[in-house]
Design a protein around this ligand. Structure first.
Ligand SMILES: Cc1ncc(COP(=O)(O)O)c(C=O)c1O
Length: 397
């Protein structure tokens, strides 16, 4: 490719990115360490810990590399376009019929399939939330309306939401929500779906982090009852397979067929599809993950509150917090930069509506790394020039 072509491509992608900072752009997602360091003017720092992408630190399962090595002999073949074995395993794990499941290239592809099927319509997005809903809508000429969560506990006014359904064709609900970790109660989901039925609106519930959430009756029964509902799932986070890419969606068989119509042939690679039954059969990995999660989520949340930070109660494998007081935005940015200078990459919140850099999201790690993170944050807080009206340590416990 000529340098002119390169220049053209670079220019195009830069102009499409909505998150321009003073120098380079704030990266749109976690796990983009080089871009984050570049934006902070810290390109020379060598990262030692990445808490910006919410991946299970116990994964991928230890058997995966041997399994992949053996499976390499199959890479010369096209995968089954229907991914029957993977779909059957997922359907059995959920207790639903296989025609209600579509395997996707990560949860991200599932989001884009819905948006493609709803091209040139109107969507409601509840902010702050995962940025890919808005991006998928923009790419498909879908008009976007927004509803903002309120307060430091990010409450959703379900009545206000239901009242706005008549004006849109679909609504995206992230549950538990990225980046807050909060979850709309099932009773509110039922009320929302009932209102959506009346206004002929599709409810899209992104459950990418559902495997980390405390047990609750799954929403698959609502799909089976024929409600206007699509559930989006990811195996990427729980099994730490961000590079392999695996997700799926659950909907009525008719809706699944309509969504599959927009899917690129073989969008899920053969290795990823073939490993699905093996992953689901590893109950020991799932049990160890839940044991780790319940212990470390409580530990890190308490540790952050001990430091005087304002922390959102999370049902996911990440926690959102901010320095309290009027200087929280400046202090949030200073803390993010302090962590980065020490090689710790946290998730900035400049790309989340209403959070504006004051808040920081961190993914739970194993105990030793959670302790390291708490120490850095403690030291970082002490080094802040302006602590606003931050309470003293321990006051929030
Ligand atoms: C809420 C949510 N949905 C979907 C995704 C995409 O997941 P995947 O990596 O499986 O495409 C993410 C990734 O961060 C996410 O946060």
């Amino acid at each position: 490719m000529t340098s002119t072509h390169n220049q053209h491509l670079n220019d195009t992608s830069a102009s499409q990115t909505p998150t321009q900072g003073q120098g380079s752009c704030w990266p749109d997602h976690g796990g983009q360490g080089a871009a984050l360091l570049d934006r902070l003017g810290l390109s020379s720092v060598t990262p030692t810990m990445d808490v910006s992408a919410s991946l299970n630190p116990l994964g991928p399962p230890v058997w995966l590399s041997d399994w992949l090595a053996r499976a390499m002999s199959d890479v010369r073949h096209y995968p089954d376009p229907e991914h029957r074995d993977a779909v059957a395993a997922l359907a059995a794990s959920l207790g639903i019929a296989p025609p209600s499941v579509v395997l996707t290239n990560g949860g991200a592809e599932a989001i884009h399939l819905v948006a493609r099927a709803y091209r040139r319509t109107r969507a409601l997005i509840i902010e702050p939330t995962f940025g890919e809903y808005a991006r998928a809508c923009r790419l498909n000429d879908i008009e976007i309306e927004c509803l903002q969560l309120s307060g430091d506990d990010f409450r959703l006014d379900v009545e206000a939401l239901s009242a706005r359904l008549a004006a849109v064709d679909l609504v995206f609900v992230c549950r538990p929500n990225n980046p807050t970790g909060t979850r709309l109660p099932r009773s509110d989901v039922e009320a929302l779906v009932a209102a959506a039925r009346r206004s002929d609106t599709l409810v899209v519930i992104d459950e990418a982090f559902v495997d980390f959430a405390d047990d609750e009756a799954p929403l698959t029964d609502l799909v089976e009852q024929g409600e206007p509902l699509v559930l989006l799932r990811s195996l990427t986070k729980f099994y730490a397979l961000a590079g392999l890419r695996l997700g799926y969606l659950v909907a009525s068989p008719q809706r699944c067929r309509a969504l599959q119509h927009h899917q690129v042939a073989w969008s899920v690679n053969g290795l990823a599809a073939a490993v699905v039954p093996e992953l689901l059969a590893d109950s020991d990995f799932a049990r160890r993950t839940r044991d780790w999660l319940y212990s470390e989520r409580a530990y890190l949340t308490a540790g952050l509150r001990d430091l005087g930070l304002t922390v959102v109660d999370s049902l996911a494998n990440f926690v959102l917090f901010r320095p309290p007081g009027q200087a929280s935005q400046a202090n949030g940015e200073a803390l993010l930069a302090y962590l980065a200078r020490h090689g710790c990459l946290a998730r900035h919140t400049h790309t989340f509506s209403g959070l504006d850099g004051a808040w920081i999201r961190v993914a739970l790690q194993r105990r030793a790394d959670n302790d390291r993170l708490l120490r850095w944050l403690g030291d970082g807080l002490e080094s802040l020039p302006e602590q606003g009206d931050a309470p003293s340590r321990g006051e929030h416990r």
